[in-house]
Design a protein around this ligand. Structure first.
Ligand code: MC0
Length: 150
């Protein structure tokens, strides 16, 4: 048996597919009182996204805990296809890791398919990589190494 733990340090974010980013931000602000800490367009991932703070970074872990709202840039993108099939809702879970390359290597050894063999650029300067939902019980799973504080 290969034990993966301890691999995850926290839930970094829950990614939620939305049709309209501004409307969704308004709903989260008004309903839950969350505030936006970053807004970005990620062309490679095909999204406009916003990060809303649930818990700020604490201690020596540079990462916090967020809700990530995702509006697709076009229909033929991961979030565009997901919305067409399922409508708005939870799209993925992002777990915090200390070292994304090391975590990918360990998970890869278990045979779980890696969507990203190497880390890519994510929100707020993070280094990220996705695992295939077909090998993780139907949950699109993201590994997130938060950017070091500047
Ligand atoms: C698709 N499937 C999912 C899913 N998306 N299952 C669970 N959760 C999801 N989010 C399932 C479909 O239902 C389908 O199942 C099968 O996977 C193939 O779906 P597809 O629509 O044909 O799509 P593919 O195969 O072209 O792509 C699926 C895949 C893709 C997960 C590989 O979406 C992907 O590469 N995702 C990773 C990148 C991403 O999601 N980027 C957007 C967030 P059946 O049973 O019908 O075969 S970017 C982000 O979040 C960044 C900015 C950040 O955090 O910083």
């Amino acid at each position: 048996v290969t034990y993966l733990l301890p691999l995850f340090t926290r839930i970094d974010h829950v990614g939620i597919a939305v049709r309209n980013l501004d409307d969704a931000i308004g709903w989260y602000e008004t309903t839950y009182g969350l505030t936006v800490t970053s807004r970005e367009t990620n062309e490679t991932q095909g999204v406009h996204e916003a990060m809303l703070v649930v818990a700020a970074p604490a201690g020596d872990d540079p990462g916090g805990s967020y809700v990530q709202l995702l509006e697709p840039l076009h229909e033929d993108s991961p979030v565009g296809k997901f919305l067409a099939r399922n409508g708005p809702g939870v799209h993925h879970i992002g777990y915090g890791v200390v070292d994304v390359a090391e975590a990918l290597a360990k998970i890869g050894e278990t045979g779980i398919r890696l969507i990203d063999e190497r880390p890519r650029h994510g929100s707020m300067g993070a280094s990220i990589a996705f695992l295939h939902p077909k090998d993780t019980g139907g949950v699109l799973t993201e590994l997130v190494q938060a950017a070091p504080p500047t």
